[in-house]
Design a protein around this ligand. Structure first.
Ligand SMILES: Cc1cc2nc3c(=O)[nH]c(=O)nc-3n(C[C@H](O)[C@H](O)[C@H](O)COP(=O)(O)OP(=O)(O)OC[C@H]3O[C@@H](n4cnc5c(N)ncnc54)[C@H](O)[C@@H]3O)c2cc1C
Ligand SMILES: NC(=O)c1ccc[n+]([C@@H]2O[C@H](COP(=O)([O-])OP(=O)(O)OC[C@H]3O[C@@H](n4cnc5c(N)ncnc54)[C@H](O)[C@@H]3O)[C@@H](O)[C@H]2O)c1
Length: 510
């Protein structure tokens, strides 16, 4: 049974669970009053819950708090809701990934299906317009949800003046004090800059600039082979840019299962992406009109140079707490500036909570949303639960790469005896029918119990396929449990069934 529903039945309070506590439910017996401050009487100008930041963590927390009957205010400085994800992250990047994929398919694959054009061209302003329309529809939609749920929305920059008061410099130039019995910090993250590299959002861009380039660069250098670098590199590569990715580590997306990562890198190379691994950028010169980067092997050695029209800095993100006044009220952070919280998302200061990118854990929108729901459930005296071991991760390239649970390297490091089942999409009838059969499913299961430990998928729609595996993990399913469920034919999902079969027995179609 899923941990959360089990806990609800037993009336236990659950914490977030961490990688070194896989499947361990942490049962907390501390009284709620030591964290939350109770609720306002109606008519008071004090909110029960004040959320600073209107991103996926903050806006979801605000809506959930209002749904639980708590008087709720959300403070957001950017003028639109949805945070990094909706405004300059998940949504605009997926819009451009989809548009650029359609162009690439039209140019390179449609003729294989008997669909021919006289010519295909990119209309970049129209492509950007489609992206902007998606963003504004969605951000306005959240404002609508705030109205529907009676969340008070304050547009401005919030800073603590006490643990229960936030001073807000409003975007219309005024100032107001917002009081809250419980205050949730959901201020998210910002791009991590690199020493000696100044981002001007024109020639040297962060992801925000890379989502709004006015022309297609002839040469684009990407610093960092992580999520952003590979997704944005794919967008511009498909539209015609020459892409070189410079990565400090010896591999791309270091958190990925090694076997999948190797196939993924080969696939990106086939698409024309070049990789310089084990390499660091030591100098940048913009005096010539373009950009000249000086590179050096990560371990030191002979320097080389590389020219580009645009350089994307995508070497990670850093928690955003600037100007928030955390030091004024004594909230503890770690060395990296992330706010330290306990299993109920409470900081060391009574009544102050934190969620999302600003606390330790994966920097993902869906994780921030889960944090937000669990945090307000705790505040409301209910059960909250997020299992960081079962948060799916997806790179939205083509093919997509998605995973949930442990990589083979992590399973080995734990000393667990395990079995591996694999199934290639080349043997999947739907993938062959649509002529998009690159990739595989890999299932890792405990050798003794057959319990699924991790699932890794490289496929055109891996980001959708992974949730069957996420549910299996949440319910502690075995690989045989998945394999014995009837899967519709012909679907890509059948590859997961066959990989599960291959884990404890033999697949049929291989
Ligand atoms: C290019 C890109 C693509 C991404 N793609 C994906 C993806 O496909 N899937 C995925 O899961 N994740 C993706 N992410 C990561 C995702 O955007 C973040 O994990 C997510 O937005 C974190 O949510 P959050 O609510 O913690 O913070 P944020 O979304 O960063 O929101 C914080 C909000 O707080 C506001 N704020 C900060 N300080 C104050 C203050 N003092 N007063 C008032 N307001 C304040 C900010 O303006 C911001 O709007 C992507 C990120 C980027 C940059
Ligand atoms: N599809 C998604 O879910 C998605 C998409 C985009 C962003 N995000 C989130 O946003 C966050 C930030 O993304 P990101 O791609 O910037 O970070 P990342 O952590 O995914 O990757 C950064 C990469 O840069 C490398 N690097 C670090 N310093 C370097 C240097 N000096 N020179 C060369 N390489 C260097 C790292 O080794 C790493 O491979 C991620 O944590 C991710 O969770 C998620």
């Amino acid at each position: 049974m899923a941990l959360a529903s089990l806990a609800r039945r037993k009336g236990h309070l659950l914490s977030r669970t961490f990688s070194n506590q896989t499947s361990e439910v942490f049962r907390c017996s501390l009284s709620l009053t030591s964290f939350a401050r109770g609720f306002a009487s109606s008519g008071s100008d004090e909110s029960d819950v004040v959320v600073i930041g209107g991103g996926p963590g903050g806006y979801v927390a605000a809506i959930k708090a209002a749904q639980l009957g708590l008087k709720t205010t959300c403070i957001e400085k950017r003028g639109t809701l949805g945070g990094t994800c909706l405004n300059v992250g998940c949504i605009p990047s997926k819009a451009l990934l989809h548009s650029s994929h359609m162009y690439h398919e039209a140019k390179h694959s449609f003729s294989n299906h008997g669909v021919k054009f006289a010519s295909v061209e990119v209309d970049l302003p129209a492509m950007m317009g489609q992206k902007d329309k998606a963003v504004s529809n969605l951000t306005r939609g959240i404002e609508g949800l705030f109205k529907k749920n009676k969340v008070t929305y304050v547009k401005g920059y919030g800073k603590f003046i006490s643990p229960s008061e936030v001073s807000v410099d409003t975007i219309d130039g005024g100032n107001t004090i917002v009081k809250g019995k419980n205050i949730i910090v959901a201020t998210g993250s910002d791009v991590k800059s690199l020493p000696g590299i100044t981002i001007d959002e024109e020639r040297i861009v962060s992801s925000t600039g890379a989502l709004a380039l006015k022309e297609i660069p002839k040469k684009l250098i990407v610093i960092g082979a992580g999520y952003i670098g590979l997704e944005m590199g794919s967008v511009w590569g498909r539209l015609g840019s020459e892409i070189t990715v410079v990565e400090f580590a010896s591999e791309i997306v270091p958190s990925m299962d090694g076997e999948i990562r190797k196939q993924f890198q080969r696939s990106l190379e086939k698409q024309g992406m070049k990789f310089k691994l084990n390499t660091k950028v030591v100098g940048v010169d913009t005096s010539s009109g373009g950009v000249k980067l000086t590179l050096e092997p990560a371990a030191g050695g002979e320097q080389t140079t590389l020219d580009a029209d645009v350089v994307l800095v995508s070497a990670g993100r850093t928690p955003f707490t600037s100007g928030l006044g955390l030091d004024k009220i004594g909230v503890e952070t770690d060395k990296g500036g992330r706010i330290l919280v306990n299993e109920r998302f409470a900081t060391n200061v009574s009544g102050v909570f934190a969620i999302g990118d600003v606390i330790p854990g994966p920097m993902l929108a869906h994780k921030a949303e889960e944090d937000g729901v669990a945090c307000v459930e705790f505040i409301a005296g209910k059960v909250g639960h997020v299992d960081y071991d079962k948060v799916p991760g997806v790179v939205y390239t083509h093919p997509e790469v998605a995973s949930v649970g442990k990589t083979e390297e992590q399973v080995k490091a734990l000393g667990v005896e395990y079995r591996v089942g694999k199934f290639p999409f080349l043997a999947n009838s739907r993938a062959k029918a649509i002529d998009d059969a690159e990739g595989l499913v890999k299932v890792l299961a405990d050798k003794e119990t057959d319990k699924i430990l991790g699932v890794h998928i490289m496929a055109p729609n891996a980001g959708e396929l992974i949730h069957e595996a996420a549910i299996a993990l949440a319910y502690d399913a075995s690989s045989e449990d998945i394999a014995r469920v009837c899967h519709a034919h012909p679907t890509m999902s059948e590859a997961l069934k066959e990989a599960a079969m291959a884990t404890y027995d033999k697949p049929i179609h291989m």
